[in-house]
Structure formats: structure tokens, C-alpha cells
Design a protein around this ligand. Structure first.
Ligand code: HEM
Length: 492
């Protein structure tokens, strides 16, 4: 068995990253499940992953898994394939345009400024922050505002709802973290939980009921806007407009039924905030423990406004100039890959090209040779993004190090685009990549010019290895920071 399972006793150990591929000297490994003979191919090779992601006829998503976890109200862009997926994607696609990116930018400035004003109102010069908690709230507000036209002020988010419903953010957050319990718990069990007052299960149903209620309110607002004269107010959040239009017989010839409309709204709300919150938490944690990197980001940002930390930052003029900041975002996403592995089912017998190699004592790869591996219909292919991001054939012998400069081209070096797979690649790649990149760079730029980011006080005099604990993660549906704590110290 040892020879067949790339993960041996560490099956599902995401932290193993590239280690097991290095151990067996191959970028493609295979394993099988003893009790049903199901065959798995594990890919840490950028070219093999590209082949899989660019083929619509040979590989597809393992749909039953997605349907099980995501189709509470109907099918959606994430849980479908083929023509049905195309229909969902074509509804959403035009919403992700330049005008929307500009809106993401302005909303991120608005929300992050409120967040910082709140921190500045404290008597303390330094504030301890649980990054994951705060960034979840911020990114949730940005997707609500730029995707769905809902713009509460920062202070309003924590208000108790008078109707007994959880507030929007709380119900969304609870529903997102209860996706697995919701899909594996039968309704009758929750009925019993309600009778005996077992809160943990009650909240599972309540969070989904309440987020549905809030989404229906948004949909009603968009419907009345579409049905009105639309003269005096603009529904500039194009995603909600597109979804509602596609659900309307007059405007969209009913391309989405009511369940599909809700289901898409839900997956966009979830996919549109969690992933970005995690990436940003990692990025700020890395900047806290690499002060030199933080200094360079701050210099880049301040150079945009002649050193004025409070001058307006704007999308058109400034985003493309944040070259080093973008490199830090990419380097963070490479080392802490939020979508760590993706699965694909093989639809017909085919072959993939992998590489055999040897690893020298200083992590150099030598004697690299391509080889063809036959892949059987019905097998599963695992796109191991965490491993490809640490593959020294693509990233060099310092692949495990945090070095943002690797994402900056020079006269003699072009960074390996195909091996950066944080947002996947091909037709199923992330529709929100630009949304999330704009949001992340904007937030970091606005923050770093007004605050220093430091390790929390209890770690400040500790070794670098101990400080690094703030970048640790665990894997749930996505790679989730488990200890992202920093301090912010006011600069202005
Ligand atoms: C750092 C932030 C993000 C990361 C790392 C990320 C990563 C990914 C990845 C790897 C996929 C491919 C999933 C698969 O093939 O199963 C994906 C798909 C998707 N992402 Fe993102 N994402 C991010 C932000 C966003 C945002 C902000 C939105 C929406 C506003 C979004 C919406 C989606 C949707 C709808 C899909 C499915 C696309 C399709 O299948 O056609 N993502 N994302």
C-alpha cells in the first residue's frame, strides 16, 4: 500500500505539500482506495493541471459532491457542468467588469476607512486585532455592497435584529460555516433538536432560514428597481441586477428559476468573501513578521500620493501601480493557498504528462524527465494546488520561502504564470479574481499608510519561528488561518 498511496499515513495531510512528490521523485502520483478500487491521480505539475483545466470533454467536476453541499435551493454556477453551467456563468459574467472593479475599490475604501476610524477612536495607540474576524466582516460588506447594493455602515453590522432574525452578516457567516452540518444532517434531526432546545443544530437551520430571508429582501429591492422608472437611483451592483433580470420573464426570458436565483446569490455571497478574508488575513500576518516587506509596500503606496497618508486613492490611477503590493498578495496566495486541492472526474481514457526528477541536498531538482501516464475513465484527478505552489521545478529551490520578488519580472526573469494556480485556470477558473485582487490591494494600501502592522505583544520578543505561528492554518472547506493575530499601531 505504501507504494500506491502518495500520502501514506498522512493521507489528506495538506501540510505535506510537495514533500511526498519529492519523496517519490515524480510530479504525478497515483493511489487507490482499497475498499472500492477507485483510482486517484495527484498532480503537482503545472502543465498537467493546465491540460486538465483546459479540457471540457475529458475532465469534469465531481458533481454529486458539489450538489450535495451547495444545492439547498437549486443549482448554481459552482455546482453545475456543461450547458447548465454555461447558462449560470453567462448571467454572472458581464457583472464582473471594469465599472464593478471601480465600485469594489470605492466600497473597500469606504468600509476599511470606517473600520480604521473605529480603531482610531480607541484611547490606545495600539490595537490587537483578530484578523480573521475583522476581515470576514469587511469582505462580507464589500461583496454585499459591490455585488448586491446593500451598504450598511460599519457600526450597523453588529446590531441585533428586532424581528428575531440574525443580522445579515451573522446569518451569512453562520450559514457559511454550517455548510457541511446542513448538508449531512437530516431535517428530522433538526426538528428533534428544536424540540429539545439543542442550540448547535437549531442554529444550523436558523442561519439558512435567515440568510434566505435577507436575500429575498435584496431580490425584492432589485425587482422593484427594475420595474420602476430607474431615473433617480442606479442599481450599480451589477451582479444582483443580472441575477434578478435573468429571473424575470420580461427582461431575461426566465433563464434562472427562483431557486437558482437564491442559490447563485448565496454562493456568490459566500465565495465572494471567505476566500478573500482568508488571503488578506495571511497577507497582513506575513507583513507583520516581515517588516522589510511591509516597509516596501508602504513606500509604494505613499509614493502614489506624494507621501500624504490621507490623500484619496483611486482605482484607475493607482491600482496598476501597486506592483510590489500585488507581488506580496500573490506570494501569500502561493504559500497559503486558500483553495488547496480541486477534484475532477475523468470522462474518457486519456494520458497526462508528468515529470520524474531527483532532488539534491539543497532542494535543487535534477535529471528532470517527462513521462506519460495513462489515466482511466472513471478515475479522480486531484489538482494539488498547494503542492504545485511549492514545486521547485517551477519555483526554484527556495520554493518554501516567502519572497514576493519572485512575482516581479526583470530583464532576465519572467515569473511562471502557469504555475500560479490560486484562482485555478481554464474555463472554470475564478470569476471573482479581479474583484478579490482589487479589494485586497485597496484594503492593504489604505491600511498600511495609516497603521504599522506588528506581531501581537506576546510574540514580539520571541524568535522568528515563534512569530511565524500567526501564519498557521487548518483546512476546512478552504485553507483557514488558525492564529492570525496582529497589532495595529497608528501612524497618523
Ligand atoms: C482570494 C480570493 C479567491 C480565491 C483564492 C478564489 C479561488 C477560486 C478557485 C480556485 C476557483 C475554482 C474552483 C473549482 O474549480 O472548483 C474559484 C471559482 C469561483 N470563484 Fe473564486 N476565489 C476568490 C474570490 C472570489 C470572489 C471575490 C468571488 C465573487 C465575487 C468568487 C467567485 C467564484 C465563483 C462563482 C467560482 C465558480 C466559477 C465557475 O465555476 O464558473 N471568488 N475561485
Amino acid at each position: 500500500m505504501d507504494r500506491f498511496s502518495p500520502f501514506k499515513w498522512r493521507f489528506h495531510d495538506y501540510h505535506a505539500a510537495f514533500d511526498l512528490y519529492a519523496h517519490y521523485g515524480s510530479t504525478v502520483l497515483s493511489s487507490f482506495v482499497v475498499w472500492n478500487g477507485e483510482q486517484y491521480y495527484w498532480l503537482s505539475d503545472a502543465d498537467a493541471i493546465k491540460t486538465v483545466c483546459n479540457s471540457k470533454t475529458l475532465f469534469e467536476k465531481d458533481l454529486p459532491v458539489y450538489e450535495h453541499f451547495l444545492n439547498f435551493w437549486g443549482s448554481n454556477i459552482i455546482s453545475t457542468e456543461g450547458n447548465e453551467w454555461k447558462a449560470h456563468r453567462s448571467v454572472a459574467k458581464t457583472a464582473f467588469n471594469e465599472a464593478n472593479n471601480a465600485l469594489v475599490w470605492s466600497e473597500t475604501i469606504r468600509i476599511s476607512s470606517q473600520w480604521m476610524d473605529n480603531m482610531k477612536s480607541s484611547d490606545q495607540k495600539e490595537v490587537m486585532v483578530d484578523l480573521l474576524e475583522d476581515l470576514r466582516l469587511i469582505t462580507m460588506q464589500v461583496i454585499q455592497a459591490a455585488g448586491f447594493g446593500r451598504r450598511p455602515a460599519w457600526a450597523e453590522t453588529t446590531k441585533e435584529s428586532e424581528s428575531g432574525r440574525m443580522p445579515f452578516e451573522e446569518s451569512l457567516s453562520a450559514a457559511a460555516s454550517n455548510l457541511i452540518p446542513r448538508s449531512i444532517t437530516p431535517g428530522w434531526m433538526i426538528d428533534i433538536a428544536e424540540k429539545v432546545g439543542y442550540k448547535k443544530l437549531i442554529v444550523v437551520r436558523k442561519s439558512f432560514d435567515d440568510i434566505k430571508f435577507h436575500m429575498l429582501e435584496l431580490v425584492e429591492f432589485a425587482r422593484s428597481w427594475l420595474g420602476g422608472d430607474q431615473q433617480d437611483k442606479t442599481l450599480d451592483a451589477a451582479l444582483l441586477r443580472n441575477l434578478v433580470e435573468a429571473n424575470s420573464e420580461e427582461v431575461g426570458s426566465k433563464r434562472l428559476n427562483d431557486g437558482q436565483l437564491l442559490s447563485n446569490a448565496f454562493v456568490f455571497l459566500v465565495a465572494g468573501h471567505e476566500t478573500t478574508a482568508h488571503s488578506l488575513s495571511f497577507m497582513l500576518a506575513f507583513m507583520a513578521i516581515y517588516p522589510e516587506v511591509q516597509r516596501k509596500v508602504r513606500e509604494e503606496v505613499l509614493s502614489l500620493t506624494d507621501g500624504d497618508p490621507l490623500a484619496p486613492l483611486n482605482y484607475k490611477e493607482h491600482l496598476s501601480k501597486l506592483v510590489y503590493t500585488l507581488a506580496v498578495f500573490y506570494e501569500t496566495s502561493r504559500l497559503c493557498t486558500v483553495a488547496p486541492r480541486l477534484g475532477r472526474r475523468v470522462l474518457a481514457d486519456t494520458t497526462l504528462t508528468g515529470r520524474l526528477f531527483e532532488t539534491s541536498f539543497d532542494n535543487n531538482t535534477e535529471n528532470v524527465k517527462e513521462f506519460e501516464i495513462p489515466i482511466k475513465r472513471g478515475a479522480q484527478v486531484i489538482l494539488d494546488m498547494t503542492a504545485v505552489h511549492k514545486n521547485p521545478i517551477h519555483w526554484g529551490k527556495d520554493a518554501n520561502e516567502f519572497r514576493p520578488e519572485r512575482f516581479i519580472d526583470t530583464d532576465t526573469y519572467r515569473w511562471p504564470r502557469d504555475a500560479f494556480l490560486a484562482f485555478s485556470t481554464g474555463h472554470r477558473s475564478c470569476i471573482g479574481q479581479k474583484f478579490s485582487t482589487t479589494e485586497s490591494l485597496c484594503l492593504v494600501a489604505n491600511l498600511v499608510r495609516q497603521f504599522d502592522i506588528l506581531p501581537p505583544p506576546d510574540l514580539r520578543d520571541k524568535s522568528f519561528e515563534e512569530q511565524k505561528s500567526i501564519t498557521e492554518w487548518k483546512t476546512w472547506l478552504t485553507t483557514t488561518p488558525s492564529n492570525a493575530r496582529v497589532s495595529f499601531r497608528r501612524r497618523v
